[in-house]
Write a protein that binds this ligand. Structure first.
Ligand SMILES: [Zn+2]
Length: 84
């Protein structure tokens, strides 16, 4: 059985990927998250999207398997959240 999560609403060529990273590599004070960087912020949001089926508890404390999620995208096609 596959454990791969089905993700709806993925943007293939998101706008945020075209915004260059403005961090100074190796310099913490000039890198995200100390310094605001749209590219790194969106990238971090992107990496927080789950890729495998996961289990949550419903209001009756029963395990519910989540097999599909739908992304909520921001104005730069960045992932600002997801629903299931
Ligand atoms: Zn950056």
């Amino acid at each position: 059985m596959s454990t791969k999560l089905i993700i709806n609403n993925i943007v293939k060529d998101p706008k945020w990927k075209k915004i260059p990273c403005s961090c100074k590599k190796g310099v913490i004070m000039e890198s995200y998250p100390v310094k605001p960087c749209i590219h790194c912020k969106c990238n971090q949001q992107n990496e927080s999207i789950p890729s495998k089926i996961f289990i949550i508890k419903d209001k009756n404390n029963k395990d519910v398997e989540i097999k599909t999620i739908t992304l909520v995208n921001g104005s730069l096609d960045d992932c600002i959240g997801w629903n299931f």
